[in-house]
Design a protein around this ligand. Structure first.
Ligand code: TXA
Ligand code: MG
Length: 344
């Protein structure tokens, strides 16, 4: 499939054009505050099918359905608990996705045959306007080739999707930079399936209870039955091997220098740049401002996804807040390969 991918901006006429393409069964790259999405009419199985083909995405990995306002939850979900309305009021529009029981109007292609659906109301006004104009909920995974780091600029989307999708709406770089927080509200207790821009602390403050799913903290085997089907696949990974080097700055720098060879590259915090002088090094943000790490991580991983970079020694933030989401993505891109620079 090879088509001309139109690059659109956010004028009213261009938003209308994007909405028309979606209503007519096409694919559009969409800006959100988290990452770019690859959007299609979430109620049209043939349109949704095209998303899986363009991304090379496994069929058993369900999509998030994007709506323009919380009230639309009732159209696509049933048995909605009070906590869902509370979370929507507090965090929507914004980087939070809620898993809820799905109504029959949502096709099986969108939910990968689950009896639940992941729902999100994104913050970016242009994309909410497109949803409104299209008059349908938009199914949208991250707009990257399956397995690769997510896209946080229109240029990233074109790199992966040019010629495979009808259009991309360029809304500039994504503010948060990692995908939305996913919380499953269908069990006895609320369960965090993926950390993101809404932090575990923020969720806990509203919910009073939160289980961290094991898919967040450990590698899940490919044949496992899991609540977040997407979490078992290799993710966010450049072609190079990624190794996280933990421990003190000095210990990590010494470990990296001892193990550095041709084709190696350092991915670190800006504060650490002086420690790696003379080595090919990329800083993805400041450790003392973790929102810069989330905003910069995927762009850095994508820039290092080039021939010649075979091994990436990465520094990873610790702690809660948005750093918890950055740590999750980096650990996944490393396949949970972590060494301690102070002791190894
Ligand atoms: O920030 C985001 O959420 C972005 C933007 C575009 O909105 N979207 C995104 O979609 O990250 P995607 O497809 O890359 O990740 C969605 C994740 C997958 O891991 C998928 O398995 C999980 O959500 N998911 C979808 N529906 C689910 C459901 N019913 N139950 C559990 N997990 C679900
Ligand atoms: Mg994704």
């Amino acid at each position: 499939m090879n088509m001309q991918t139109q690059v659109l901006h956010t004028s009213p006429a261009e938003l209308r054009l994007a909405a028309d393409i979606i209503r007519n069964g096409g694919l559009v790259g969409l800006p959100t505050e988290t990452v770019y999405g690859l959007g299609a009419n979430g109620l049209d199985p043939a349109a949704v099918e095209k998303i899986f083909i363009a991304k090379g995405r496994p069929q058993d990995n369900p999509l998030i359905l994007h709506i323009a306002e919380a009230a639309q939850l009732r159209d696509y979900c049933h048995s909605i608990p009070e906590t869902a309305w509370t979370l929507a009021e507090r965090f929507w529009p914004g980087p939070l996705t809620m898993v809820l029981p799905v109504r029959d109007v949502v096709p099986k292609t969108t939910t990968a045959n689950l009896d639940t659906v992941a729902m999100r109301c994104p913050q970016t006004p242009a994309t909410r306007e497109i949803i409104r104009l299209a008059g349908v909920p938009i199914a949208a995974p991250s707009a990257n080739l399956s397995g690769k780091p997510s896209t946080t600029t229109a240029a990233h989307v074109l790199h992966d999707m040019d010629g495979k999708i009808d259009a991309i709406v360029d809304g500039g770089p994504c503010r948060v930079g990692v995908e939305s927080t996913i919380v499953d509200l269908t069990g006895d207790r609320p369960r965090l399936l993926r950390p993101g821009g809404v932090t575990p602390e923020q969720l806990l403050a509203v919910l009073g209870d939160l289980v961290i799913d094991k898919a967040v903290t450990a590698q899940i085997s490919n044949d496992a039955v899991v609540r977040a089907p997407g979490m078992k696949y290799k993710h966010y990974a450049p072609a190079a091997e990624v190794i996280i080097v933990s421990g003190s700055r000095e210990g990590a720098a010494a470990y990296i220098r001892r193990n550095f060879s041709a084709g190696s590259h350092v991915l670190c915090f800006e504060e650490e740049l002086p420690l790696f002088e003379g080595l090919p090094t990329t800083a993805y943000g400041r450790e003392d401002a973790p929102e810069t790490l989330s905003a910069g991580l995927f762009a850095a991983l994508r820039a290092l996804d080039v021939p010649g970079v075979q091994r990436i020694f990465a520094r990873c933030p610790e702690g809660g807040g948005i750093a918890y989401a950055v740590q999750n993505r980096l650990r996944k891109s490393a396949g949970f390969h972590i060494v301690n620079g102070d002791t190894e």
